[in-house]
Design a protein around this ligand. Sequence first.
Ligand code: URA
Length: 271
Amino acid sequence: MLDPELRRALAERIRYYNELGIYDFYRRETPPILTASPEPQDLGPEEMTPRARAVVDVSLGKECGFEVGSAKPETGIADPAKALRIIREDLGDCTRCPLHKQGRKQIVFGVGSPQTDLMFVGEAPGADEDQQGEPFVGRAGQLLNNMIKAMGLRREDVYIANIIKCRPPGNRTPEREECETCSPFLMRQIAVIQPKAIVALGAVAAKTLLAINAPMSELRGHWYDFRGTKLAVSYHPAFLLRDPRQKKEAWKDLQMVMKELRLPMPAKNTE
Ligand code: URA
């Protein structure tokens, strides 16, 4: 059994993570270096240091007789639209990272169908999105709309969200800490929507979701497994506005997605 003081500290830590929107904890293998033992071996809880015991107990939860944290507030909600509303409420008037005091007008949560097969994930809201409270409504958004249309879909058929829900000042690239603080809410949106495919738009989205540091040229053109969901990487529409020659490449990415979702390919214009 856990030491009461350790149990209290652990419960407090878990509450802290829950307040940040983090509810999933993963079991980390406990290395045998925790006790002075000549041979690597499986250690029973009593032989571990208190810290190691805590890690294991968090992962084992009730099995160890310890109630770990609380369920996500959207757990058990069958209606995805309602579950998304609950996540939005949990986000509240977020002050979890410094962006809340750096000029954001409002939180930009996400838009589209909560029951879609296809989700697009961008980087962060820009000035237009901050103004209107909806992702991808500026020039990059117009291009994204055209890309969605080219796939034979409408904007309202898909779900669109960003890694970061608040506009970084001057549209600077989000910092890693901001991505880490905000992305648990996106993970929860994805878990509720359960799309068949996710398209990460640009390097920030791709690197945050995949935890891979690689150039776009290497990231594109493959399917990745993102927690059981297929994930493809494509160029960010803002990049395509700056370098329209890459649109051809982006179209290849979208065709790969269409094939996966069994969407009909547009007939070739032979005129
Ligand atoms: N760029 C993004 O990454 N997201 C938006 O919502 C708008 C522009």
